[in-house]
Design a protein around this ligand. Structure first.
Ligand code: MN
Length: 149
């Protein structure tokens, strides 16, 4: 069960969600680091270089949209897949998630199993920068940035 050895950074301000997602991810063999706000999330992403980031959008100090943009504009962290967790199942939120560079998107409330499934979808890939052409929700992770930061 602890076969992956991969690290997930969970950026989530809600304690209940944090406990639920951390617990199931650890159960499935992932190492989980936690951050409570966007500022801490950016700092831990840069310091620890997790294999994937689960990013709640509604978080204090720096929201998940902005934190994602910061990480996707930083050459040291831009390759890390970011899955957005948003409270609204709005089409506009999905569009915004892709626009700011999120690699995946989950609308809350999300089943813990759905979170694991999405994480596995990414961490099962050996080359995160090489995405299959048919994946609709996957922006080109290796593409050059549109803006010079
Ligand atoms: Mn939140």
């Amino acid at each position: 069960m602890s076969a992956t050895g991969k690290t997930v950074l969970l950026v989530e301000d809600n304690e209940d969600n944090r406990i639920v997602y951390s617990t199931i991810l650890r159960h499935f063999g992932y190492q989980v680091t936690e951050a409570l706000n966007g500022e801490e999330g950016i700092a831990k992403a840069k310091a620890e270089r997790p294999d994937l980031i689960l990013m709640d959008i509604s978080i204090p100090i720096i929201d998940g949209w902005e934190a994602t943009q910061v990480l996707k504009h930083d050459p040291s962290t831009r390759h890390i897949p970011i899955i957005a967790l948003t409270a609204h199942a709005l089409a506009s939120d999905r569009e915004k998630a892709m626009e700011v560079g999120c690699d995946g998107y989950l609308a809350k409330p999300c089943e813990p199993r759905a979170v694991v499934a999405e994480v596995q979808r990414f961490l099962g890939r050996s080359e995160p920068g090489t995405l299959p052409g048919g994946a609709p929700a996957a922006p080109q992770a290796g593409a050059p940035a549109h803006t010079p930061a």
